[in-house]
Design a protein around this ligand. Structure first.
Ligand code: GLC
Length: 742
């Protein structure tokens, strides 16, 4: 290849396709969105993208906690991509929900990295096993929409490795997405698109990533720096502008051609694989995919409140009032690049009528498309509600409330929706609120209604999905993949979201979502992992294959879960880990494994989990490694982050030699555990304490004790500076070498 040809492969050929090189038989491949369905448009004419199946968006589908389902959806989208000559689908989106206000939270899975990573890996496998590549995005720390192309996310190393990286790490290691999409924002001062730490040392070296990195659309800042950092492909095309920059840089030796070759090799490998995996003449069974969308919707819906077991609706229910415009014009997906043109669209009103065809069903709009109500709309809704046995009140967030490119201003639903719910609950005690929203909302009416069902943005089959749940055809099995805080002020980023003056300080560190609410013992409306069923489950008989382990031993945990009710149901068994005494601050519980299990009435199953080192480790920023400290750990199992009835305590012995890396800045007290610490201690303390006269009087002993405690927190380099020559730099270096080798 010529230099020009190599450089040309580092930029797209158009909005959605890569550069072909006919001379060498190098094909162009086509990539397009999105995260919950295929969005293939001509250029940026998103309104007229080709019809495709619109599945529930990420926040909804993640509430299914169903890896098999995610894989099936990935496969379906791959089929539609193949049929439309698309080789890479730009999803999944897995940025953490640092704040519930994030404008694209509808498009991201969770506030927890393990749940996000596992959902992403399943989706990617579904795509790639069927010959279409994924694009894992947006790497990394794209946690707000406000000023997303310029904001500088300031995140400490431990928080990055424990919160903002793991979902990417899990997905890369388990599913090897053909591409990873870098984020728009800066991370610790450097744009993600030219961040060598992100794109090369973490992603490609530490995690062994095999694919190529594509920029978010328009995310490139300096293309040459991007090549040096490991950014393979700039999208969309920059019309040769950056190709020229690369050629100039190689020519004037400011960019090594070997670095360019390495990137082009990575890109070509995927390009050729994508072409080889492309299938012609693929036919899409739209009805089959719609049925999958309906299954996905039912599997993701979360039953949050069900007083007096008001749900499922009894078949003989005579008078049902359906209130809310969303019942006829459902909010079923989010806005922005992920927006799909659905092959069809069901609405709850029609689908409920089909199932409850013998009931008398009345309707009132209740509010307008902006979520505003007024006296006449409310009066009409109240009148309809008064005459009904049960009220199904559809509410949530209108699409202008949340979208790509802007964040939410608060946690609240439109005041019109909240006012309407209160007015209806006053006149009918059997009011069930059914929510269509992409992210958690406040619920000032929570105690005034009989039932609450969270649908999220449930895709084109939202109508059928909710009708199946309300009628009991499907028993709800969704669990919240994010916490539902009561007030914005309760959230970890209440004072710090979004960024100010271009900088976003992640001062809350590892404490986002349930990690924060648990640590601060803050009540939420509904906790992470929570969801009710029409049946009940019991957990029992937790066992581990031992009680004392070395930190690199495999740990096998088993337990039993039983359906103690009288209808079929599915339960999500969640396993959290808690470290009893921690050397560093740690969350109360951290999700490490989960399994969704289907049980007939009375049926009991044994579930097994295999735990390993990383399930117990925290990230040590001093040594830049994961670390398990010897001690007791509680393995806690249940069906919500706040309901963990089973617990087993195990002792884990660290095998990593506790040799901290001693430096001139190490504190004097850190030497006390080192093998020859006494000798070191003596030498160091002599440089300060006159040993010729033993401290005998109380005062002398107190003075010496104070001195030792003050010395304890002193960096040992100070001993050279302050000992008046008694303790030399050479002596210090000898001690450090000694301490680091023993
Ligand atoms: C957008 C989004 C990204 C999307 C891309 C292409 O700006 O950030 O998620 O895949 O551009 O549409």
């Amino acid at each position: 290849m010529t230099l020009e040809e190599k450089a040309s492969l580092c930029s797209g050929a158009s909005a959605w396709s890569t550069q072909a090189i006919t001379r060498l038989g190098i094909p162009s491949i086509y990539m397009t969105d999105g995260t919950h369905g295929l969005r293939k448009s001509v250029g940026f004419d998103f309104k007229n993208s080709i019809p495709a199946t619109c599945f529930p968006t990420a926040s909804g589908i993640a509430s299914s906690w169903n890896k098999e389902l995610l894989e099936k959806i990935g496969k379906a989208i791959a089929t539609e991509a193949q049929a439309n000559d698309v080789q890479i689908v730009l999803g999944p989106g897995i940025n953490m929900k640092r704040s519930p206000l994030g404008g694209r939270n509808f498009e991201y899975y969770s506030e927890d990295p393990v749940l996000s990573g596992k959902m992403a890996a399943a989706f990617i496998q579904g795509l790639q096993k069927n010959g279409v590549g994924a694009s894992l995005k947006h790497f990394a720390a794209n946690n707000q929409e406000f000023e997303r192309m310029s904001v500088n996310a300031i995140i400490d190393e431990r928080t990055l490795n424990e919160i903002y990286f793991p979902a990417f790490e899990i997905a890369v290691k388990e599913a090897q997405p053909w591409t990873v999409m870098c984020a728009y924002n800066k991370l610790n001062g450097t744009f993600a698109s030219e961040n060598e730490y992100l794109l090369t040392s973490v992603l490609k070296k530490q995690w062994g990533y095999q694919g190529f990195v594509v920029s978010d659309w328009g995310a490139v800042n300096d293309r040459v720096l991007g090549v040096q950092a490991g950014l393979n492909l700039e999208m969309p095309a920059s019309g040769g502008y950056n190709t020229k920059k690369i050629i100039e840089a190689v020519t004037n030796k400011s960019l090594s051609e070997s670095q360019l070759d390495a990137l082009v090799t990575e890109t070509l490998a995927i390009t050729l694989k994508a072409k080889e995996n492309h299938s012609e003449n693929v036919v899409v069974d739209k009805a089959l995919h719609h049925a999958l969308a309906r299954e996905a919707s039912g599997e993701s819906i979360v039953l949050l409140k069900n007083s007096k077991s008001i749900l499922p609706l009894k078949v003989g229910t005579k008078k049902i009032a359906i209130i809310g415009t969303f019942a006829k014009k459902p909010r079923y997906q989010g806005a922005g690049s992920s927006q799909v043109n659905p092959t069809q669209l069901e609405n709850p009103f029609d689908e409920i009528n089909k199932i409850f065809n013998s009931s008398s069903i009345t309707f009132a709009e209740g509010y307008n498309s902006l979520g505003e109500t007024n006296a006449s709309l409310t009066a009409e809704a109240v009148k309809v509600a008064k005459g009904a046995e049960v009220v199904l009140l559809f509410a949530g967030l209108p699409d202008v409330y949340e979208s790509e490119s802007y964040d939410r201003a608060n946690l609240d639903m439109p005041s019109g929706h909240n006012q309407l719910i209160k007015a209806i609950a006053k006149v009918n005690q059997n009011t069930i609120v059914i929510l269509m929203n992409g992210a958690s909302v406040s619920m000032p009416w929570k105690n005034e209604v009989a039932g609450i069902v969270e649908m999220y943005l449930a895709g084109q089959a939202a109508g059928g999905g909710i009708a199946d749940i309300l009628s009991g055809k499907v028993n709800p099995s969704g669990k919240l993949s994010e916490s539902f805080p009561i007030r914005l002020e309760d959230t970890p980023t209440a004072n710090d979201f979004p960024s100010k003056e271009g900088v976003s300080n992640y001062g809350e560190g590892i404490y986002i979502g349930y990690r924060y609410y648990d640590k601060k013992k803050i009540e939420t409306n509904f906790p992470f992992g929570f969801g009710l069923s029409y049946t009940h489950f019991s957990f029992s008989t937790i066992n581990t294959n031992a009680l004392h382990y070395k930190d690199n031993d495999p740990i096998v945990v088993t337990l039993k879960v039983k359906n103690t009710g009288n209808v079929f149901g599915k339960e999500v068994v969640q396993l959290y880990v808690h470290e009893q005494e921690t050397a560093v601050t740690r969350p109360e519980n951290e999700l490490k494994h989960f399994e969704k299990v289907a049980l007939a009435p009375g049926e009991e199953k044994t579930i097994q989990f295999e735990l390993s080192y990383r399930d117990f480790a925290y990230y040590n920023s001093n040594t830049h490694h994961w670390q398990v400290n010897s001690g007791k750990f509680d393995i806690r199992i249940g069906n919500s982050s706040r309901n963990l009835p089973l617990q087993q305590t195990v002792y884990i012995e660290s095998t990593t030699k506790d040799i901290p890396v001693f430096t001139r800045n190490s504190l004097f007290k850190e030497f006390k555990n080192v093998k020859n610490s006494q000798a070191i201690y003596e030498v160091l303390s002599e440089s300060f304490i006159d040993k010729s006269t033993k401290a005998v009087t109380e005062d002398q002993k107190k003075a010496e004790a104070f001195l030792y405690s003050m010395l304890g927190d002193m960096p040992v380099s100070k001993f050279v500076l302050l000992s008046g020559g008694k303790f030399t730099e050479e002596q210090l270096q000898a001690i450090l070498n000694d301490a680091n080798t023993n």
